[in-house]
Design a protein around this ligand. Structure first.
Ligand code: SF4
Ligand code: SF4
Length: 283
């Protein structure tokens, strides 16, 4: 069972729900692992305090120009869809930050002048506690390409945590990183707020999920602020609302102190119960 927790925008409470749900499932003796895929600024470890178990460098493969046999034919620059290669009059220049590691230039080069070589872009850290595991992808400062590290972190979780409930905390938005974090999951929870801004971003997230043909449901966070727009939209679009988490200043206070919410706030725990029950019904 693999479930992605996503949202159309940041600040909707995705990490709060992911970390609390992980801890809550673990407290019920379920085997559960959370993958923090917000690789530009992972922060789940602030709330799920585990011991660092493994830390491994993550590389992406990029072509490296070898001038020895290059004929400067320019084919490599022609086939690169990402403008990561430029053919200059006397050299071939590669821009690793733009490279999507598709291998096209390397494989089509007639003189094997672009061998693919590993380049570090981040690391994958695994934390362990008595009852849960947390895996965190962390992009190095200055790196822009989140997707390969997100894919690598999901592969790491798939290989090491067979038989676990896998929760994937996606980066916010609706672009490539979210798609990578959602497309192989059994279900996606879209977290939103009951405000016009929340509804706008939810619409975009729903469109993305529909393009992916992904099963999804909505969790309304900070319920009670704003208006009924999100509920009305979900009703019209026939989208299940998994739970409504009530707006509560105490939740924000606990969050700001890096504490888990459900052990101290009953209505939050009730919402987690509704989510767990919903997960039980996912086929
Ligand atoms: S395709 Fe190969 S031979 Fe042609 S310019 Fe690129 S590196 Fe040189
Ligand atoms: S591997 Fe693909 S994306 Fe990277 S430089 Fe070559 S053609 Fe472009």
């Amino acid at each position: 069972m693999k479930i992605t927790i996503a949202s159309g925008k940041g600040g909707t409470g995705k990490t709060t729900l992911s970390t609390n749900l992980t801890s809550y499932l673990a407290s019920q003796n379920r085997k559960v692992v959370l993958a923090d895929l917000d690789v530009e600024e992972p922060n789940s470890a602030i709330f799920l305090k585990g011991k660092l178990k493994t830390e491994q460098v993550f590389n992406k493969m990029v072509p490296k120009w070898d001038s020895t046999d290059c004929t400067l034919c320019g084919k490599c620059a022609e086939v690169c869809n990402f403008n990561a290669i430029i053919d200059l009059p006397n050299e071939i220049r590669v821009y690793p930050a733009l490279c999507h590691s598709c291998y096209a230039c390397s494989e089509l080069c007639p003189t094997n002048s672009l061998p693919m070589t590993p380049e570090r872009i981040g690391e994958i850290c695994e934390y362990d506690s008595d009852n849960f595991s947390l895996v965190e992808g962390r992009l190095d400062l200055g790196q822009e390409m989140a997707v390969p590290l997100i894919a690598g972190t999901i592969d790491f979780v798939d290989e090491k945590f067979d038989g676990y409930i896998k929760l994937l905390d996606a980066p916010p938005g609706t672009s490539c990183p979210v798609i990578e974090a959602s497309r192989y999951s059994d279900f996606v929870f879209l977290i939103t707020e009951s405000t016009p801004f929340g509804l706008n971003d939810l619409r975009l997230a729903v469109e993305t999920m529909r393009v992916l043909k992904q099963n999804f449901g909505v969790i309304i966070n900070r319920y009670g602020i704003g208006d009924n727009g999100v509920e009305e939209y979900c009703q019209v679009e026939n989208i299940p609302i998994v739970t409504k988490v009530h707006n509560d200043k105490e939740v924000a206070k606990l969050y700001s102190k890096g504490e888990l919410i459900y052990p101290k706030i009953e209505h939050f725990k009730n919402s987690l119960d509704e989510i767990v029950e919903f997960i039980g019904g996912i086929k």
